[in-house]
Design a binder for this molecule. Structure first.
Ligand SMILES: Cc1cc2nc3c(=O)[nH]c(=O)nc-3n(C[C@H](O)[C@H](O)[C@H](O)COP(=O)(O)O)c2cc1C
Length: 374
């Protein structure tokens, strides 16, 4: 390995005590390839296996914590103990060669396609549809549903522990349910869960508490709790960077192991306020300092780009699409073969890259996701 890449290979110990061998995480990526029932499938285990070993930490695709939160066809479930055998297999598959396995836990809220839900009715903080053509109008959650969902995240965490995962990542980003409670667009409640910025933080913070309580009660070994956040959203009204800086200040006091900032491009500034051009990941890192470890992500591909991002002081980088195109990224950097790293997706490489059909079809058909070549 070239000396200039040493930063990538530094070990790290999270506050919970979990040790990781380097600074790269696989970003959570939905693969649409689980069984209809919510079971993990063999084809997705093969996809995970191909990308494990080199990276220090693997964050799985998001798993739904309750049936009313399923967000994708072919999404896997962590809402019932009957899924434990499959979840165990997934944890073990990732953990070969010392990669830590973190499962992302999720509720889709108003983004759930009605046809995937038991009563075809998405739920959310308020009965406000997303600003998207054809978006379904969700039903406002009752107090009981809110409390049950908070408990469901705790139960999902207990299952993650029983299945042998090294941690959970709470999916508070990308416009799903936790973000919907924080957002002034989707949360118009006038009870204790809505209204002021402080009230809109209550639901995600209650979920953090519920997850941490489950860890205290059930974990017999160190267990990571991470949180993923989106710094802004495009809707009007919508979450602004300033709101997020207040929220992360609060999150930094919750004893989390890391805060993962979900953006498409590591270096991009605010998309709502064009005069704020500094990277939002750096803004957040400056706000919370070392109180909680920041994970950055977004359009990073080469080891030079990753080192440049790490040099800002952000301690971890997650790679998403790059690891779809190049499962052996870490191994190549380690062997000094970084010039062999793939940066495009060949139409003929599906088998070699071990990408299941449902994910492959999307990668081929959704414009702008990946540079596809013949
Ligand atoms: C196919 C695909 C599936 C994704 N699924 C998830 C997901 O389940 N949970 C999540 O938080 N982000 C998800 N993302 C976002 C990625 O984690 C990541 O933030 C984004 O791709 C930007 O990073 P990259 O440029 O390294 O790919 C997904 C992205 C892709 C391309």
């Amino acid at each position: 390995m070239k000396q200039k890449y040493e930063k990538i290979f530094q070990e790290f110990t999270f506050p919970s005590g979990v040790e990781v061998k380097n600074r790269i995480m696989v970003a959570p990526m939905t693969n649409y390839s689980s069984e209809e029932s919510g079971e993990i499938s063999e084809r997705e285990l093969a996809y995970y296996k191909e990308r494990t070993g080199g990276v220090g930490t693997f964050i799985t695709a998001c798993a739904y914590v309750s049936k009313d939160g399923k967000g994708f066809p072919g999404q896997f479930s962590i809402d019932d103990d009957k899924f434990l055998p499959g979840l165990k297999k997934l944890a073990q598959t990732i953990q070969s060669n010392g990669t830590k396995a973190i499962i992302q836990i999720y509720h889709g809220g108003r983004q759930s396609p009605p046809q995937l839900l038991p009563d075809q009715q998405p739920v959310s903080a308020s009965a406000i549809a997303a600003e998207r053509e054809g978006a379904a109008v969700p039903r406002e959650m009752t107090e009981e549903e809110i409390n049950n969902t908070i408990l469901a995240f705790g139960e999902a965490t207990r299952r993650a522990i029983e299945a042998g995962f090294d941690g959970v990542e709470i999916h508070g980003a990308n416009t799903y349910l936790l973000q919907q409670f924080f957002s002034p667009h989707s949360n118009r409640r006038d009870d204790k869960w809505g209204g002021s910025l402080e009230n809109r933080m209550k639901f995600p913070l209650a979920i953090v508490d519920s997850v941490k309580k489950a860890v205290e009660e059930h974990a017999k070994a160190p267990f990571v709790v991470g949180y993923r956040i989106s710094p802004e959203e495009g809707s009007n009204p919508g979450i602004q960077l300033e709101d997020t800086l207040q929220f992360v200040d609060k999150l930094a006091d919750q004893g989390l192991d890391y805060l993962h900032v979900s953006v498409n491009h590591f270096w991009n500034g605010s998309f709502r306020e064009k005069d704020k051009t500094e990277s939002r990941i750096i803004n957040i890192h400056e706000k919370i300092g070392d109180r909680v470890t920041v994970v950055g992500v977004g359009s990073l591909h080469t080891p030079d780009e990753v080192v440049e991002a790490l040099e800002t002081g952000v301690p971890f980088i997650a790679l998403g699409r790059e690891l779809l195109m190049e499962p052996k990224w870490m191994e190549k950097v380690q062997a000094g073969e970084e010039d062999q790293i793939r940066k495009t997706l060949s139409r003929h490489a599906q088998e070699e890259l071990v990408i299941p059909d449902p994910l492959w079809d999307r990668l081929m058909n959704v414009k702008g996701w990946l540079p596809v070549e013949d």
